[in-house]
Write a protein that binds this ligand. Structure first.
Ligand code: PLP
Length: 345
């Protein structure tokens, strides 16, 4: 068991010794001069896995989404995204501030959008209206509870958008979790979008990085926007090497994170004073509601049990399993949550 059980996010995991070794051995060059062979290798591998023509290494998922929005839209266009999408809530207003687009939102059920709602929301440009230029789909959906969007839903939405000349971007920060949970190759999800980004720094266990994938032309434009935003990086093969290692070694093991999340949810499901939102979580996230203020709950868990978790609302808490959480950690965290729930009941 780890000294501290950190369930705040899958971003907190630290690179394994084997990943660090791969990073230390990486051949590097100045990537702004296009000279870094390891970055090239990562980008080729990402393009191959997603079935897209090209890929671009990015410092973060936020920059990936922002760059994609900038490339797919013109200032004054409208983008359509989930009410609780990461790009809507947690990217500091970048769609408005950087891409100068209007955001229109749609609700979803367990993170899965409804085709008819999207169809009703698409705007064709007129004398009066902005045009809807882009739909963003988040798979898996973070705030909804790590729910994957099924492939058929992606297929139907993409067909609708193509018919209306609207682009689709997948925020696939955790698309490999969706892939493992639904047994769907990532390339099949990617085939339903003009661009897709995935994070290396979440379940895949890298210290940093995301990869944006799309057509050659899209990636050429994305590279210029990345440079404009200050995302041109130099001997970054050191970090790309971690990404290559993760894509080769850390995808299949996501099933373990999912199993541990289910275990955690089941072990706390009967505790008094809390309500587990999904007793059978689909991927690596467990959300529960607390009768007591969530902040007090989180503090008690940390001070009394060395279990860290994240309050996502006044009475809502998120737990995320990842590479640095083992079976003993899950058992300890579940006992701690039950004890705190009882104490605060
Ligand atoms: C669904 C989703 N998209 C994008 C991001 C942004 O990633 P980053 O923290 O690398 O900017 C996150 C981060 O948690 C996320 O959960």
């Amino acid at each position: 068991m780890h000294e501290i059980v950190d369930l705040r996010s899958d971003t907190v995991s630290r690179p394994t010794p084997a990943m660090r070794e791969a990073m230390a051995q990486a051949e590097v060059g100045d990537d702004v001069f296009d000279d870094d062979p390891t970055v090239h290798q990562l980008q080729q591998l990402a393009a191959q896995i997603t079935g897209k023509e090209a890929a671009l290494f990015m410092p973060s998922g936020t920059m990936s989404n922002t760059v994609a929005i900038c490339v797919h839209t013109q200032p004054g266009d409208e983008i359509l995204l989930d009410t609780e999408a990461h790009s809507m809530l947690y990217e500091v207003g970048a769609p408005a501030r950087i891409a100068h687009v209007l955001t229109r939102t749609f609700p979803s059920k367990e993170g899965v959008p409804c085709l008819e709602t999207i169809e009703r929301s698409l705007h064709v440009a007129s004398l009066h209206s902005p045009r809807t230029a882009l739909v963003i789909l988040e798979n898996t959906h973070n705030r909804a509870g790590g729910y994957p969007i099924p492939l058929e839903v992606h297929q139907r939405i993409y067909a609708l958008c193509q018919a209306q000349h609207v682009r689709v971007h997948i925020d696939g920060a955790r698309i490999f979790n969706a892939s493992i949970a639904t047994n769907t190759p990532v390339a099949q999800f990617a085939a339903c979008a003009d661009s897709l980004t995935f994070c290396l720094s979440k379940g895949l266990g890298c210290p940093i990085g995301s990869v944006l994938c799309g057509s050659y032309e899209f990636i050429q434009q994305a590279k210029r926007v990345r440079k404009m935003l200050g995302g041109g990086m130099r001997q970054v093969g050191i970090l790309a090497a971690a990404g290559i290692y993760a894509l080769k070694n850390h995808i299949e093991r996501l099933a373990e994170d999912h199993r541990r999340a289910r275990q955690l949810a089941q072990n706390i499901a009967d505790a008094q004073g809390i309500l587990v939102e999904s007793p059978n979580p689909p991927t690596n996230m467990v959300y529960f509601q607390t009768q007591a203020p969530a902040e007090a709950f989180v503090e008690r868990l940390q001070t009394d049990y060395r279990v860290l978790c994240h309050a996502t609302g006044p009475h809502r808490i998120r737990l995320v399993t990842h590479l640095d959480v083992d079976d003993d950690d899950v058992a300890h965290a579940a006992q701690a949550i039950c004890a705190v729930a009882k104490a605060l009941y």
